[in-house]
Design a protein around this ligand. Structure first.
Ligand code: ADP
Ligand code: ADP
Ligand code: ZN
Ligand code: ZN
Length: 820
């Protein structure tokens, strides 16, 4: 038999790639290495990485699967490329992983809980049906019954399955969610200065008939004096009074006749409970939700586990107690378990410990050691979830797979960059290839090869402007990222004597999660950055405390439970600008979101007698395409496959009917204008003042490459954030605070400079800017830094240092300071 020599190849060959803005490019990408893809926003990085490499890799992967599996995945269509050779099966780790379900925890998602359940099932002291404790023995591992030495009962120890809260081990009261909902008394009477007649009882206003006030009066409560002046007994009736029938005289509006009626009294609490029981849809839930709070389940104390599942104790701890420890502590504990067991059980125990340890170490390297295993996955940040996925990819020990990582630097403190590099190295060691799309120079420096897209965005980009090792790129005059790889920016020396000259925002909080009680001062009219490693408490301080407390105090509502005090004299507007997607509906476009479309409709309506502005709406107007109903796409019903969306064959995605083409302003139709990118549209709208103003702002924010008709749900996180900012720019005044959550996501170092200019202009207009950020360039340019930490979880939750960037650099306890 002749051995056929298999053609091996060390690179992927791409020929004639044309996806989105890619300019028919030819490119070879090395395999079995870490390849970075760099370039300004909109230059075509994702089009190359996801649109070509991942799309082709996953399509081929899918083709190798059975139809059964394929039907359950969205169909990947063939990428617009002439030829692509040697592309391995691909897996993508997306920038924004899907939000996990309520039964997912850090422990289940990392599969660490599997090892722990096995460990507890096999190695714990179990409890016999008569309540006696039975020493650990190899019997469990052998699948045999245990025999109680006291009462001689034979019984089976709970299996790993019976210890699972997703299955037989679930607490029956909360069904393994660990949470129950109850009425939040604090929300029922938001303003005690009002009388009941004036609408003091909020649930009666939104969930009940208004005549509940009259019934309440019949209950013996005075309804015409401020609620706070009622007696204790009266208040008791309002909150909790029994549902008794009362006779009232009812006078319908616009009527003189008075009808006697019998009505059952619904106390404020009962009103909410009744509404909750009857809720039918999302909208109804929204109305009830604001009167509810979620609490730990009283039966299992939030552990999700049944009494039986919490009974076995392994080296002194029950499964729920183990899961409450941080991963770092759990790892130490697991290590000591074998030594507590009889000699003959130890090899078995060690095997379980090792499988736990290999995953745990990886997660620790990625800076997640502060998370406890029982932490609900839906409370993790996107960065934490993405790193969790990464660790899982390494654990699976695949080989020959192409991993496409989309901005893994999100939420990653510079001190964890090494852990990330370690994971990428391990993937390559196992025979995989890694493509990493990122702007973070710390990460790009750790790659073996960089492909740089550009030179600019949209139609001005889509080409490979440079490629080579990071060192080579530093020397390459065509490279835009090169200089940023070579040198780092410097701390801007700032005068700190009049940092608080425009006023101070003060916040004082009690302990929450692992965050300690805090006293925070933030200068008004300045750029403040909140820094610190992942899990140190940044989100808790700003998004869970400062923002809701300010919003509540502006609306005169009760402060969040853990907030003691907030003072923000002269502030009347607070706006959080985050990177969450805009809309879920294909009908939201850049032009509609930026209020440009409305203006354009009016202009075009003026060019004709036959149509009004409303007719130009592609949602409802007469001029929308009749085939796709104005969505620009139609669903192709391919048998056996999930729906495939294709551009509408009638309007080619323009969303408009042929008639709309005939109505022109300066020779352009509205569909033609909508198909332009913002910078091009600007040139055609010079004499339309309002349109021009709005487009100008978008262009200044570096979004000039987006087309007006682009759907907002498909914008990247960074693009969505800047689009939101555009609609808020005008409100920047002395009374406004802008809060940004990692605004550098998706931004090239050049764009970070643009962002800094935007911050500067917000501040010049008098606004206060507060930014949660890891990016060292941003921190270096801040007026004031609040550094949280020193570590994550129990090791963090304090303000380690605050002051100018220079003061942070010199603060010995600050981890951030070491990198400045
Ligand atoms: P980057 O990842 O470098 O930010 P992208 O590859 O996302 O850039 O985008 C490159 C260009 O392709 C941009 O002009 C963008 O507007 C356009 N583009 C991206 N996604 C789509 C899409 N789904 N449909 C049409 N154009 C798109
Ligand atoms: P950062 O934003 O700096 O990454 P966070 O404020 O998100 O930090 O987290 C601070 C600490 O609080 C961490 O130990 C985190 O695990 C914990 N934590 C945050 N949110 C929750 C939550 N919803 N439930 C329990 N613990 C939480
Ligand atoms: Zn429970
Ligand atoms: Zn159409």
């Amino acid at each position: 038999m002749s051995v056929q020599k298999r053609k091996t190849c060390d690179h992927i060959e791409i020929r004639g790639a044309k996806v989105h803005n890619l300019k028919n490019i030819d490119l070879d990408i090395p395999l079995h290495q870490i390849v970075g893809i760099a370039g300004v926003s909109g230059s075509g990085k994702s089009s190359l990485a996801l649109g070509i490499l991942y799309a082709e890799g996953s399509r081929r992967y899918l083709e190798s699967l059975s139809t059964y599996t394929r039907r359950r995945m969205t169909q990947a269509s063939q990428a617009a490329v002439d030829e692509i050779l040697y592309v391995p099966a691909a897996l993508a780790l997306r920038q924004r992983p899907a939000i996990p379900g309520i039964r997912s925890t850090f422990g289940t998602a990392t599969e660490l809980l599997n090892s722990l359940r096995l460990l507890v099932s096999r190695c714990a002291h179990h409890v016999c049906p008569n309540g006696h404790v039975v020493e650990p023995s190899l019997a469990v591992a052998a699948g045999q019954e245990l025999i109680c030495p006291v009462c001689h009962t034979h019984f089976m120890a709970p299996s790993a399955e019976e210890l699972a809260f997703n299955s037989q081990g679930a607490c029956s009261h909360c069904h393994g969610t660990g949470k129950v909902q109850s009425v939040d008394l604090k929300t029922l009477i938001p303003n005690e200065d009002l009388s009941i007649d004036e609408g003091a009882v909020a649930p009666w206003n939104s969930l009940m008939w208004s005549l509940m006030k009259d019934v309440c009066r019949e209950m013996g409560v005075r309804t015409d004096i401020p609620f706070k002046e009622l007696s204790k007994k009266e208040k008791e009736i309002v909150y909790f009074g029994k549902p008794v029938k009362k006779h009232i005289l009812y006078q319908p509006k616009n009527s003189d006749t008075v009808t006697p009626l019998d009505f059952t009294y619904y106390s404020a609490v009962h009103t909410v409970e009744n509404a909750l029981a009857k809720v039918k849809d999302e909208k109804g839930m929204k109305r009830v939700e604001k009167f509810l709070k979620e609490e730990d389940c009283p039966a299992c104390h939030g552990t999700r586990l049944s009494d039986a599942a919490r009974a076995p104790k392994c080296a002194g701890l029950s499964l729920d107690e183990i899961c409450q420890m941080s991963l770092a502590d759990a790892l130490k504990w697991v290590h000591h378990v074998p030594s507590t067991l009889p000699e003959e059980m130890r090899p078995m125990a060690w095997r379980i410990v090792e499988s736990f340890e290999s995953v745990a170490r990886r997660l620790m390297d990625l800076g997640l050691g502060y998370l406890s295993l029982d932490r609900a996955s839906n409370t993790l940040s996107t960065g934490e979830r993405q790193r969790m996925q990464l660790a899982r990819a390494v654990r699976n020990r695949t080989t020959g797979v192409l991993y496409v990582l989309d901005e893994p630097s999100i939420g990653l403190h510079p001190s964890n960059a090494k852990g990330l590099a370690g994971v990428m190295d391990d993937l390559v060691q196992d025979g995989n290839s890694v493509i990493v799309v990122d702007h973070d120079t710390g990460i790009l420096k750790k790659t073996d090869w960089i492909v740089e897209m550009g030179p600019q965005a949209g139609s001005q980009g889509g080409q490979v402007i440079a490629q080579g090792t990071p060192e080579a790129l530093c020397q390459n005059p065509n490279s835009i990222i090169g200089p940023f790889l070579k040198t780092e920016s410097q701390i801007q020396r700032k005068d700190n004597t009049n940092l608080f000259d425009q006023g101070t925002i003060t916040l004082s909080t009690n302990a929450i999660h692992t965050v300690k009680p805090l006293e925070v001062r933030i200068p008004k009219g300045k750029l403040s950055v909140v820094s610190g490693v992942s899990g140190s408490g940044k989100t808790t301080l700003i998004l869970e405390s400062l923002v809701p407390a300010l919003e509540a105090s502006l609306k005169k509502l009760p402060l969040p439970d853990h907030v003691k005090r907030i003072e923000a004299l002269g502030i009347s507007h607070i706006k959080l600008i985050d990177a969450s997607p805009i809309g879920i509906n294909v009908r939201s476009t850049v032009a509609t979101y930026a209020n440009v479309h409305d203006e354009l409709r009016k202009i075009f309506a003026k060019q004709t007698k036959d149509y009004k502005a409303g007719d130009f709406s592609y949602n409802t107007g007469k001029l929308r395409c009749p085939v796709c109903d104005g969505t620009g796409q139609i669903a192709l019903d391919v048998q056996f496959l999930a729906d495939v969306q294709i551009p509408c064959p009638e309007c080619h995605g323009s969303r408009y009917s042929k008639q709309a083409e005939t109505i022109r302003y300066h020779d352009l139709s509205l569909p033609q204008l909508m198909a332009m990118d913002i910078d091009t549209a600007l040139k055609h709208c010079q004499d339309l003042k309002k349109v021009q103003e709005r487009l100008e702002i978008l262009s200044q924010l570096g979004l000039g490459y987006l087309t007006l008709a682009e759907q907002t749900p498909s914008l990247s996180g960074g693009e969505a954030q800047r689009l939101k900012l555009a609609s808020e720019m005008k409100k920047a005044q002395h009374d406004s605070i802008f809060v940004f959550d990692e605004p550098t996501i998706g931004l090239h170092p050049l764009d970070v400079q643009v962002l800094m200019k935007i911050f500067a202009s917000l501040i010049q207009q008098g606004a206060t800017v507060i930014v949660i950020e890891h990016d060292l360039d941003v921190i270096r340019q801040a007026d004031y830094v609040i550094d949280m930490g020193p570590g994550g979880g129990q090791e963090g939750g304090r303000i380690v240092a605050c002051g100018t960037p220079e003061q942070i650099k010199n603060a010995s306890e600050s981890i951030t300071g070491k990198y400045l």
